[in-house]
Unconditional design. Structure first.
Ligand code: C5P
Length: 221
């Protein structure tokens, strides 16, 4: 039916940051409130989808009708995502930390007396790229890109490099982080659609509308 366009579809969404522990009290993270990802989960559930939301550490309430799996680190997020596959659509909104420390320190590091510690970092798994390359790749795979410069050029390159269908790109040089509003560009094979600046809930509804249209087009092919 028209008002439940994603009925019967399983949509996987990642949201929020990941925390990469340094010692029991410290971590590395990217800035992310999780609000845009949670809004997309709510919009997908409203559209009738079964929604699995893999959430990093955020303080947001679970949207109605959404199955939420809480994780802390990128490796935990990776495992939860792989465990949720196969799905019809995956929308990876999480701001995954690119690096974690090589060695977790089991006891709280003391600052007294010693020089500041050097952190040795190593790369985290790229969850989106590995889902794109995997055997259970969703029929529609969407990544996000937060950039502070050359937003569209970077998004177009990222779409190809990661092997995803769409990249939703936003300019985070302003006050998007943690805020209520967002202005995004949806980069697909066909081109770029730039949406107006609007509340994150409206961005979410617009994106889910386009997801529903894309799935309907596939069925009618
Ligand atoms: O490469 P970059 O971090 O800019 O890519 C952003 C996109 O890739 C987002 O969709 C994000 O959720 C996803 N990503 C991921 N795993 C990573 C890094 C990014 O899934 N380790």
């Amino acid at each position: 039916p028209e008002h439940r366009p994603l009925y019967g579809k399983h949509v996987l969404i990642t949201a929020g940051p990941t925390h990469e522990p340094i010692d029991p009290v410290r971590y590395i993270a990217n800035r992310s409130s999780g609000r845009q990802g949670f809004a997309i989960a709510a919009a997908a559930a409203n559209a009738g989808a079964r929604v699995t939301l893999v959430a990093g550490p955020v303080t947001l309430a679970t949207p109605h009708g959404v199955d939420r799996i809480d994780v802390e680190s990128a490796r935990e997020m990776d495992a939860a995502v792989k465990n949720a596959l196969p799905v019809d659509v995956a929308i990876m909104v999480a701001a995954v930390a690119d690096w974690r420390t090589r060695d977790f320190i089991a006891e709280k590091m003391k600052k007294r007396g010693s020089a500041p510690p050097a952190l040795r970092l190593m790369e985290n798994p790229d969850i989106l790229a590995s889902v794109a390359a995997g055997t259970k790749r969703p029929g529609l795979l969407i990544g996000f890109a937060a950039e502070t410069q050359d937003v569209l050029e970077n998004a177009k390159m990222k779409r190809k490099r990661k092997g995803v269908d769409w990249i939703v790109a936003n300019d985070v040089s302003g006050d998007v982080m943690g805020g209520d509003r967002n202005r995004v560009n949806i980069v697909t094979e066909a081109g770029v659609e730039t949406l107006d600046d609007m509340p994150k809930a409206d961005v979410a509804r617009a994106l889910i509308e386009r997801v529903a249209d894309a799935l309907a087009d596939k069925v009618n092919d």
